[in-house]
Design a protein around this ligand. Structure first.
Ligand SMILES: [Zn+2]
Length: 401
């Protein structure tokens, strides 16, 4: 039984609560001292977390762990096209072995900073080896793109036909990279592939104005590096492929119209915002309030270290809260936990502390703050991570409690 001075449960901080864990799952949450006392027994082992806040572990809904070796190696450049060119060059300089090592370092950084579930975009297979033996839960989205070159479609589909990895804590998914790197033929193939497998899909959408200009009108800086603009919006291409639905995760979605937001909300798809990347590119304010008001599960992610400084979801949450002053702390916190789990197809499993959920916890020293102030301390990055647990077992940081 996990006992702490504060437990985050059902949307608020409870004082003197306790969480009973059996075989890695939350069996019960006790929110009064009397109930906790009754639940204690000689066969119940007590884990006393003291004057801390026991909270659900973070969910990182969007990462590229194989790019974790690129920190500080990709310049922002003058345009998004410049950054893409620099990224391709930096990535090309890493060997496959280095990328496995980079993904491993990234995965370990997640665990060390309180994240236990990640949605990872995988273009090399590195994460399959890198995550082996780690307690991190991974939804890996296998990346597919043909840069508009229909002759590559067969090779792309052949690679995706490789057997899926069947392993505990490892879930498969598909990532059609983005509307501006996928030909009409490949959209068609990926749509059939994903629907047949009921696959979870992650797609970069409307990250920059440049991609909107190119997709809809064949204009702008991307016209210099891409051919054959589809002359329609990215969302139209995604919907036509049958890939807009409740198993869809749209990454960034910075530039969408009000109609598109309504269409996404009606489809049941989730959206991921990456505050660190947003800051890296000095982008205008993200429409978090509008997404939440539309009922879209808005999750947070770190993206890769090619456009971010760390893979620490606590930092992402603090950046998010600082840039979204009108969000309540519990709304911001849901984006870093519960919404991420829903977006990755694991609702009720991780991202919350409730009967039946996995005992995936992060324990924070909030400096003695109580009630709503304790959560605000965590959300604004003024707390310190004390421990991370996966299925009730401590996995980080290094000092066992
Ligand atoms: Zn990304």
């Amino acid at each position: 039984m996990f006992e702490a001075a504060r437990v985050y449960h059902a949307g608020r901080v409870r004082a003197d609560a306790a969480v009973l864990v059996e075989r890695g799952k939350v069996r019960a949450v006790y929110t009064t001292r009397a109930a906790t006392r009754r639940a204690r027994g000689p066969s119940v082992r007590k884990i006393d977390l003291g004057d801390c806040l026991l909270a659900p572990a973070f969910v990182n809904a969007h990462a590229h762990l194989e790019l974790s070796g690129l920190e500080g190696r990709v310049a922002r450049g003058r345009s998004f096209a410049d950054w893409i060119r620099a990224l391709i060059a930096a990535r090309g300089a890493r060997t496959p072995e280095q990328m496995v090592q980079d993904a491993r370092v990234g995965a370990e950084r997640l665990l060390a900073t309180g994240t236990t579930l990640v949605g990872d975009i995988d273009s090399t297979g590195a994460i399959t080896t890198a995550a082996r033996g780690l307690p991190l839960v991974v939804r890996r989205f296998r990346e597919a793109l043909d840069a508009g070159d229909g002759t590559r479609v067969r090779a792309v589909m052949k690679r995706l036909a490789a057997p899926r990895v069947r392993r505990a804590r490892f879930h498969e998914g598909l990532s059609p990279h983005a509307p501006y790197t996928i030909s009409a033929r490949l959209w068609h193939e990926l749509g059939s592939f994903a629907r047949a497998r009921r696959a979870h899909v992650a797609i970069h959408l409307a990250e920059t104005r440049a991609e909107i200009d190119w997709l809809s009108a064949g204009r702008g800086p991307l016209a210099r590096i891409l051919k054959h603009a589809p002359m329609e919006s990215g969302l139209t291409s995604i919907a036509r492929a049958g890939l807009l639905g409740p198993r869809t995760l749209l990454v960034h979605a910075n530039h969408v119209t009000r109609e598109e937001r309504a269409q996404i909300a009606a489809s049941g798809a989730a959206v991921v915002h990456c505050p660190g990347t947003h800051r890296f590119f000095a982008r205008e304010s993200f429409a978090a309030r509008e997404w939440l008001a539309a009922g879209v599960p808005l999750a947070l992610g770190t993206d890769s270290l090619a456009s971010n400084e760390d893979l620490d979801m606590g930092r992402e949450l603090a950046l998010f809260a600082a840039s979204q002053a009108d969000l309540a702390p519990e709304e911001a916190f849901a984006c870093a936990t519960r919404h991420g789990a829903a977006a990755l197809g694991c609702p009720g499993i991780t991202g919350e502390i409730a009967p039946g959920s996995s005992a995936d916890f992060a324990v924070h020293d909030v400096g003695g703050a109580r009630g709503a102030a304790a959560l605000a301390t965590l959300v604004h990055g003024r707390s310190r991570l004390v421990a991370t647990f996966v299925r009730g077992v401590q996995v980080g940081p290094q000092t066992p409690l």
